[in-house]
Design a protein around this ligand. Structure first.
Ligand SMILES: *[C@@H]1O[C@H](CO)[C@@H](O)[C@H](O)[C@H]1NC(C)=O
Ligand SMILES: *[C@@H]1O[C@H](CO)[C@@H](O)[C@H](O)[C@H]1NC(C)=O
Length: 362
């Protein structure tokens, strides 16, 4: 049914460019980690970090000029973030202690994560909200906005689920926050930040390869917004086999990067020219198409013929050197692959915010 609807939409409304804008808060609460704030929250609009607070500074910090403007224009908004930063530290620490005892895990390092936020469709006005919590890197509990109940994927979250299900007043406040206040905030942020948030930046696209037998990676970096696709085509048709898609990762300058690998081990050199990598950015008509061509592939691995000392020191040493050079290449590559992965979320038992406002961070 869903698929049919999608096909219908794609056939009959191919030019509708409805865009979902989002506001999300990621909380990380740690216990047993030294020299690191035990409470950190980051706010993102359209995946762009716009605000930050932690348990060391206890002071919300705007990360973009438009989010700075929001708190300058509306001092109450800053006041609200300040309260949230403090209240949630307190609530979450209490909740973590209860959970650790419930799970008999009073020792060691534990990480709780929470993600909540909303999406607003700028064409249809449709709104969607979510809250989920994670514990030690796994999903712990999530809110079902339709039934106003909590979903516990694991037995150890069942006690928390029942506690939260019973707190109808809090669940109603969550619904109100997620479907009313949060989308209003998205609209305000979009309005203040539109010159930056609605821009489009095309990436530079490169073909990279670790070693001559590795898959060829089509790497696009520097694009904005994050709504983008990269894929491989053969004879003009999108390829699904022998292709591995990477995640979209943020760069430090607010742009994004992604890559898609193509395993060419069973492709003959003559057939390479039939392949091309396509980068598509939402809202931009022209794609960036890069033909698969050995001469444009960038690698950290130097071929044996480029070793001036090769013939002198002999094959074996040359091979060893080649290996060393390639390993360096892999190392650099790996490091580049490391990006910030959004936290999944955190636990929370029965948090009891005193007002609707508290729902954002609770
Ligand atoms: C909690 O851990 C202790 C020590 O590891 C163990 O003796 C005890 O049986 C555990 N209790 C539960 C309820 O799992
Ligand atoms: C590429 O494909 C070949 C066979 O099709 C397979 O043996 C090999 O492991 C693959 N390489 C990678 C890196 O996935």
């Amino acid at each position: 049914m869903k698929t049919m609807e999608l096909v219908f939409l794609l056939i009959f409304f191919p030019v509708t460019l409805s865009v979902k804008h989002s506001l999300k808060f990621f909380f990380t609460i740690s216990s047993g980690v030294k020299n690191f704030p035990d409470f950190v929250v980051v706010g993102l609009v359209d995946e762009v970090p716009m605000g930050y607070c932690d348990s060391i500074s206890n002071t919300p910090e705007a990360k973009q000029d438009w989010s700075q403007k929001m708190i300058e224009d509306d001092p109450q908004h800053l006041e609200w973030y300040t309260q949230e930063c403090l209240l949630n530290q307190f609530n979450h620490r209490v909740q973590i202690d209860i959970l650790k005892q419930q799970l008999n895990q009073t020792e060691g390092v534990h990480i709780f994560q929470r993600m909540n936020g909303c999406e607003w469709d700028d064409e249809t006005g449709e709104v969607n909200g979510f809250i989920q919590f994670g514990y030690d890197g796994e999903d712990f509990i999530a809110f079902d906005l339709k039934t106003l109940t909590w979903i516990a994927p694991k037995p150890q979250a069942v006690i928390t689920k029942h506690k939260r299900d019973r707190d109808r007043a809090l669940n109603e406040r969550w619904k109100n926050f997620l479907t009313q206040q949060c989308p209003e905030l998205v609209k305000r942020y979009m309005d203040l930040g539109k010159s930056s948030l609605l821009r489009t930046d095309l990436p530079s696209v490169s073909l990279l390869q670790k070693t001559p037998s590795s898959p060829v990676s089509c790497h696009a970096t520097g694009f904005y917004p994050h709504r983008a696709m990269t894929f491989w085509r053969k004879d003009g048709e999108e390829l699904h086999e022998d292709v591995e898609h990477g995640e979209i990762l943020p760069n430090h300058d607010g742009s994004f990067q992604m890559s898609v690998d193509l395993n060419l081990s069973s492709v003959t050199p003559e057939d390479w020219r039939r392949y091309e990598c396509v980068f598509h950015l939402s809202g931009v008509k022209d794609d960036i198409v890069t033909k698969l061509d050995k001469t444009v592939i960038r690698t950290n691995c130097v071929s044996p013929s480029e070793f001036p000392a090769g013939p002198v020191i002999g094959g074996v040493v040359g091979l060893l050197l080649l290996l060393a050079v390639c390993i360096t290449g892999v190392f650099i590559w790996r490091r580049r692959d490391n990006g910030f992965r959004p936290a999944k979320s955190s636990d929370s038992l029965s948090s009891d915010p005193s007002s609707v406002k508290d729902a954002v961070l609770n």
